[in-house]
Design a protein around this ligand. Sequence first.
Ligand SMILES: [Ca+2]
Ligand SMILES: [Ca+2]
Length: 200
Amino acid sequence: MFLSSIVGALFFLLHYASSNPVKGYVALTDSLSNDVVINTLPSLQLQKFGERLYYFGAIFEGNYYQAMQFCNYHDMQLVSIESKEENDFLWKHMQSFLGWGEYWFWTSGTTMPDEHWVWMSTGKPILFANWFENQPDNAGNNEKCLEVRYSHTNKALMWNDHVCTATKHVICETTVPKSVSKMITNNSNCNLTVISVPPQ
Ligand SMILES: [Ca+2]
Ligand SMILES: [Ca+2]
């Protein structure tokens, strides 16, 4: 009886570990309202690519405007993906903790206010792009914000225009290591919300 209980506990732990691929999370402390920061605890450590640092808000979910507020609050900017190398870096890093999941993330890309694609965080036009087939389609004449999709099979972040008020995860980036490092605290565990829908 005792032995079977031990075996059962081990089986549970193995199952739990295999179904929770997220590792290396750190907790952030926020004082924003729940409307702006929805369950930001915990998230990933900052990752370096060239002169940039990236924060993967795989726990945070909010609309485009809330995503921008979230990054700004942490002295960062909503991500602008300006090259294939940057797009590939983001995908490769996500692969290490998202595995076979599928997740949507907001970027700072938008067609507001004049129908031209720009990075809101930098004010620069979008030159490199990696759109899904048949995207951007500005469905309903109401898709003015740029989301990117992580999935294991695509081998790169794929892009789609979508409704700005939709809820997504977030990627932030910055070049200011000192101020960013102050917000990093302790390790913690978490569960991710799996999103698996085709682009609209
Ligand atoms: Ca960038
Ligand atoms: Ca679309």
